[in-house]
Design a protein around this ligand. Structure first.
Ligand SMILES: [Zn+2]
Length: 160
C-alpha cells in the first residue's frame, strides 16, 4: 500500500511542506476508481491558517464535489488525522483512511473505526522521519499551546 499513487502523492506533499519550512504532513484524496481528486499539505505556517491541515488542503484542492464522488473514496495522509480532519472524513463519507504513521501523534482513529471507516496504518519510516525531525527542529511550530512541550512529546498530545 506504500506504493499506491495516493500515498506516494501524500508523501510528496509532506516533503513539499518541509521544503517550504512548514509542517511536513501531506494528504491525497483518491476516488474509488483510483483517480486522485485532490492533494495538499499542511499550510499552517505558510498561510497562517488554523484550518488548512494536510487533509483539509486535499479536500480544498478537490473542489466542491457531488456526494457520490466521495463514495468509496480513500483519504491518504502521512500522519494520523486530528479530530478536525477525522470529522471532515466522516462528514464527506470517505470510506477508507490510510495513515502513514501514528507514532508521533494519534488522532481520531477510534472515532473513524466507530463510524465504520476502514483504517489502515502503514507504519511508514519515511513519514516517521519527516515528523520526528520537524518536531525536534521546530518544536515551537508543532506545540502551539503554551504548555510544557516535553509533556506533550511524551504523551503525543495537542498538535494543532
Ligand atoms: Zn487535521
Amino acid at each position: 500500500m506504500d506504493q499506491e499513487p495516493g500515498f506516494i502523492a501524500a508523501v510528496e506533499e509532506a516533503k513539499q511542506g518541509a521544503a517550504e519550512g512548514g509542517v511536513p504532513i501531506g494528504a491525497a484524496l483518491v476516488s474509488k476508481d483510483g483517480k486522485i481528486l485532490g492533494r495538499g499539505h499542511n499550510m499552517r505556517v505558510q498561510k497562517g491558517s488554523a484550518v488548512l491541515h494536510a487533509e483539509m488542503s486535499a479536500l480544498e484542492d478537490s473542489g466542491r464535489l457531488p456526494a457520490s464522488a466521495y463514495e468509496g473514496a480513500t483519504m491518504y495522509t502521512t500522519l494520523s488525522p486530528c479530530d478536525m480532519c477525522t470529522g471532515a472524513c466522516i462528514l464527506y463519507k470517505i470510506k477508507r483512511v490510510v495513515i502513514g504513521e501514528n507514532e508521533n501523534f494519534v488522532g481520531g482513529e477510534d472515532l473513524l473505526l466507530n463510524k465504520g471507516k476502514e483504517v489502515v496504518v502503514l507504519d511508514n519510516q519515511e513519514c516517521k522521519n519527516l515528523m520526528s525531525t520537524f518536531m525536534k527542529e521546530k518544536p515551537e511550530l508543532w506545540f502551539v499551546i503554551p504548555v510544557d512541550f516535553h509533556y506533550l512529546i511524551e504523551t503525543n498530545r495537542n498538535p494543532l
